[in-house]
Structure formats: structure tokens, C-alpha cells
Design a protein. Structure first.
Ligand SMILES: Nc1nc2c(ncn2[C@@H]2O[C@H](COP(=O)(O)OP(=O)(O)OP(=O)(O)O)[C@@H](O)[C@H]2O)c(=O)[nH]1
Ligand SMILES: [Zn+2]
Length: 217
């Protein structure tokens, strides 16, 4: 459908300034917030709603801001996050457990959420900041995703950037597309694992790490 006038509740470029100023443009990249607003208005119309009624009039702009936030990982580079390195004299296994995350399944754009556990065996005492592991999770969670790819991507980025001897990533999540619609199985959880380096080949060592991940501290 071609219209010469933009829908009335589409906010124009000058109105966008206020919220674009509050977000680092380098971290959000070229997310087209005006296009999102147009699309959301059309969806509201398509379901038979009145997009001009009081409760909905700001909704396209809210959804645009939300997508700008929850998909900002598309424009963030794991290389930048993992550039922070420290050298320690000796380092054995590093394991950060229960890193909470929220992502969106790419099939339905509904949330899946849960925790990620990240372990790596540093090479020659080369470690990164602990918070950087959590930032890495966010970079890959804040994209349209499938859980398996998110798990593999985190492991691969750590392997590539850190040069670790081995990496194990485990993700446990609940998918709202399986809970609130479709098959309707709330409470079911999906567990995915990715391994790199020595943990790919040495099964006993991988199992040790997985046991640590599953054990409550
Ligand atoms: N492997 C995998 N599947 C996912 C993930 N997120 C959602 N899905 C699944 O993607 C599938 C999409 O299946 P389709 O048959 O194309 O879509 P659908 O008709 O909406 O499927 P139902 O959810 O079964 O109603 C569903 O089985 C979802 O459960 C994920 O992270 N990993
Ligand atoms: Zn889904």
C-alpha cells in the first residue's frame, strides 16, 4: 500500500533526537526506527486495532525504541569487548556461571531467556575481564537468534579472540514461543552446549567442566 502522508503517530527525525541521544549510536548501528514504527502501526491495523486510540498512539515509537535496544547486538563487535586482557602468572580454568540473558527467537520474535555458563582454559596466563564474558553473552543474545547458534557464537568468539586452550559454553533457556503459543509447554527448558579447543576432543575434561557448570556453588 502506497501512502503519500506518513501515519500521524510516526515521529519525525527531530523527535527521534531525544531518544537517540540517550543511546550510543555506535552501539545501536543503523536500526531504522522510522521503518519499525510504520511496520508496527500496520500490524496494529492488521489485527483490527485502532492505532490512534490513546493507549496505542505511542506504541509504534515504544516498540521502535525497544527493538533498538534488544537488537543492538547486531552492531556490536565481540572483538572490541574481548580486547581487555590481563596477564596472570598462572591460570587454570575460569568459569562464570549463571549469566542471565534475554534474547528473541528468530522464528517468532518472542523472547527466550535463561542463563549462560562460560568456561575457558587460558593459554599462558592470558585472561580477559570477567564482566567481558557477560558482555559477550549480551552481544549475541541481543539479536534475532536460535539458541544453538547463540551458544556456538559465544564459544567461537572466545576461541578466536582469546586464543584459549579450550572453551565450553552452556546455555539453559525457556522459549516463550513454546510456552504461550503453539505447543504450549510452559516450564520446558532447552540446554545447549558448545565446545572448542581441547574440550572438543577430550571428552573427560569436557565432562568435568559441564559437571562444575551444573553443580550449585
Ligand atoms: N532449534 C531451535 N528451534 C527453535 C528455537 N526457537 C524456536 N524454535 C523452533 O522453531 C520452530 C519453527 O517451526 P515452524 O514449524 O517453522 O513454525 P511454527 O508453525 O510456528 O511452529 P510451532 O512452534 O511448532 O507452532 C519451532 O519448532 C520452534 O520451537 C531455537 O532457539 N532453536
Ligand atoms: Zn520461536
Amino acid at each position: 500500500m502506497q501512502t503519500s502522508e506518513p501515519p500521524r503517530n510516526i515521529i519525525n527525525a527531530s523527535d527521534l533526537d531525544a531518544w537517540e541521544e540517550s543511546v550510543d549510536p555506535q552501539s545501536t548501528g543503523p536500526i531504522d526506527t522510522v521503518k519499525i514504527q510504520t511496520a508496527v502501526r500496520m500490524i496494529l491495523e492488521a489485527i483490527g486495532e485502532n492505532p490512534d486510540r490513546e493507549g496505542l498512539v505511542e506504541t509504534p515509537a515504544r516498540v521502535a525504541r525497544m527493538y533498538q535496544e534488544i537488537f543492538q547486538g547486531l552492531y556490536q563487535n565481540p572483538h572490541d569487548v574481548l580486547a581487555t586482557r590481563f596477564h596472570v602468572k598462572q591460570a587454570d580454568l575460569v568459569l562464570v556461571k549463571d549469566i542471565p540473558f534475554y534474547s528473541a527467537c528468530e522464528h517468532h520474535l518472542l523472547p527466550f531467556f535463561g542463563v549462560a555458563h562460560i568456561a575457558y582454559l587460558p593459554e599462558a596466563g592470558e585472561v580477559t575481564g570477567l564482566s567481558k564474558l557477560a558482555r559477550l553473552v549480551d552481544i549475541f543474545a541481543k539479536r534475532p537468534q536460535v539458541q544453538e547458534r547463540m551458544t556456538e557464537d559465544i564459544a567461537q568468539a572466545l576461541n578466536d579472540e582469546l586464543g584459549a586452550q579450550g572453551v565450553v559454553v552452556m546455555v539453559e533457556a525457556e522459549h516463550l514461543c513454546m510456552a504461550m503459543r503453539g505447543v504450549k509447554k510452559p516450564g520446558s527448558r532447552t540446554l545447549t552446549i558448545a565446545a572448542r579447543g581441547l574440550y572438543e576432543t577430550e571428552e573427560a575434561k569436557r565432562r568435568e567442566v559441564i559437571d562444575l557448570m551444573r553443580r550449585s556453588l
